[in-house]
Structure formats: structure tokens, C-alpha cells
Design a protein around this ligand. Sequence first.
Ligand code: NDP
Ligand code: 8X3
Length: 252
Amino acid sequence: MAQPTVFITGATSGFGLATARHFARQGYALIITGRREERLRTLTDELSEYTSVYHAQMDVRDAQQIQQVITDLPPAFRQIEVLVNNAGLALGASPADQAKLSDWHTMIDTNVTGLVNVTHALLPILKQQTKASIINLASIAANWAYPGSHVYGASKAFVAQFSRNLRSDFAGTGVRVTSLEPGLSESEFSLVRFEGDQGKYNAIYEQANPLQPEDIAEIIGWIAEQPAHININSLEVMPTSQAWDNFKVIKQ
Ligand code: NDP
Ligand code: 8X3
């Protein structure tokens, strides 16, 4: 008998890694994916003590590779009840006219096309379950504009609206869909965004008491564990240290 299984993209660090640990402790079987295979192996070794773990090196931008991963899943890992569409990144935070076009393409390819690729490939399996959850990592950047967010925020706005539209298609079925929208959270996210600049990383998180990956993992677990008749549509979460600022007015 197959165990309820969670499929996580971007399980090699941050939210995805913490979410894998969370679901392992709850007794779910795990499919953990990401590009850095060595990290997937290490996490598999760690979590195999608690549950069944299957790892697959997978770049969410590659639709064919995703399909192959799903085709190759052992029978024991085919009862996928939870999809955590977590893989994603921001590149740069300079004004739009100073951004690299290649960075914009990478964000769209990963955060938009990649998330769509994985969702489309897994829908046939999710639809077979009596209770399933698709939990999409959007961001506060989907809801609020800030300087330097341009394509990143827009890619996350896509995730939020795609989540709502999926909900419309699956209303009344077992497939629930959530757009999870975290604010300031400490992870490798900011190292990726600033090309490994530890000084910038420190400046962002120091004394800010940001959310931690474990906080987000708990919330993801809570969303998935809701009774079948409840759908958390969207959930915006910030650390208490973070809030909105005034609109700016540029006086000429
Ligand atoms: P991390 O940088 O710690 O983790 C990102 C994960 O995404 C890694 O596991 C990475 O794995 C994976 N990933 C990136 N590109 C690809 C790809 N092409 N194919 C497969 N996997 C990929 O960041 P977080 O954990 O903080 O971020 C997770 C998600 O949450 C992202 O979507 C991010 O936009 C979102 N988010 C983050 C916030 C924050 O402040 N940290 C706040 C709000 C939302 P690998 O490199 O091994 O492929
Ligand atoms: C990451 C949060 O505020 O850096 O999605 O855009 S923020």
C-alpha cells in the first residue's frame, strides 16, 4: 500500500529543505527534487531514518526531464497528495534599466514556466486523490510593488493568479490550491539574489528577526493538513518586524 506522498521542488535549501524535514516527521513519503544532487543525497540519508525518500535531480525549466522523473517514479511513490511548488529565485534588485535581460529570462523560466511545467505534469496524479494540495510559493512581492522587484514580483503575481485560476477549475474536487506569500525570510535566497555577496545578505537579515524556513514549513504542513472541505486560497505572512511603508511622492 503506497504512503501519502509529498512532491517538493527546490528541496536542496531554504523552505523546500525545511518542508521535507517537516513532512518526514509527519510520516509522509517524500519525493525531493532540485538541481544539486549531492544535497539531495545528503537529505535522503538524513530523512530515510523517518520515512521513505525518493530523490530526483530535476531542473523545473526542463519539461521533458520532469516528465521522465514522474514516469520513473517507483509504485510506492505514486500516491502524491501534496505538491509544494517551491523552486524559485530572484536575481538582482537594481532598477529595471540596470537589470540584465538574461536574469529576467531566468526568473520567468524558473518561477513561471518551471512552476507551470511541474503542475501540468502532476495534475493527472493529483486529480486521482480524494484529498490533494498544490501549495505554490508566491511572495509578498506578488502583492506589493517595491523598487528593484520588477520581473521577480511580476513572476510571483503570476503564481498568485495561476493559483486562483486553478482553484476555479478544481472547485468541488479533491484538489485544493494555495498561494503562499511570505515576506522577509532568511535563506540562501538572498545569496542567490546578490551573487553570493555575504555582506548584502547580512545587511538584509541582521537585527530584522526574519521568518525562518522552519516557520514556512510549519505553515505549509498546516495548509496540507486542513480537512478536505477547507481550501486556504492565499496566505500572506510577514515577520512582525516587517510592514508596509508610505507611497513615495517625487517632487519636481
Ligand atoms: P533558496 O535559495 O534557499 O531555495 C531555492 C530552491 O529553489 C533551491 O532548492 C534551488 O535548488 C531551487 N531552484 C532554483 N532554481 C531551480 C531550477 N531551475 N530547478 C529546480 N530547482 C531550482 O530560497 P527560499 O527557500 O527562500 O525560496 C523558496 C521559494 O520561496 C522561492 O520560490 C522564492 O521565490 C520564494 N520566497 C522566498 C522568500 C524569501 O525571502 N526567502 C520570501 C517569499 C517567497 P537547486 O539550486 O539545487 O536547483
Ligand atoms: C521574497 C520576499 O520582499 O524580498 O519573495 O520580495 S521579497
